[in-house]
Design a binder for this molecule. Sequence first.
Ligand code: HEC
Length: 140
Amino acid sequence: MKKKIVLTIAFAMFGFTNLFGVDGYEVYKAKCSACHIESISKADVVKNFAKMKAPPMVEVANQVKTNIVIADDDDDVHRHVVKLFIKDYIEHPKLEKSMCNPMALEKFGVMPSLAGKLSAEEIDAVAEWIYERYEGVKFQ
Ligand code: HEC
């Protein structure tokens, strides 16, 4: 619990800038937003599905965060493991790892690897941003 409080204070002070001083939202805008819409309702996804290139980030965040369950319910471990999944997926996306539903995968195909296009610090910052940005934000 103590760690959680420290993290919360750190976020209050530095926003989404991670420990390396990289702004995760800027990374999202530069490297992910061309394919992943930041926020959209399910109803609007249905209307815009033909034009979409990937599942919206609000859906990706919810999918990954709900599917990854930590047995002892520790928030910090959950954050860590969710971030690890996202960080790995950025460089090594794979059909077998994807949590997307089969229909979405059929439409969009597997994400192309972004290996070499982001620094380790940018990858960390964007994964952190995804975790924080959608805290308490449901895809509905
Ligand atoms: C060229 C388009 C494109 C770009 C750019 C892109 N993605 Fe994706 N991404 C996809 C597609 C398509 C999928 C859905 C298929 C899949 O799971 O591989 C996806 C899936 C994902 C998933 C897995 C979701 C799941 O539920 O399994 C994560 C995590 C993800 N993207 C993160 C990112 C991040 C972070 C960035 C930016 C650093 C990014 N993506 C940039 C196309 C893109």
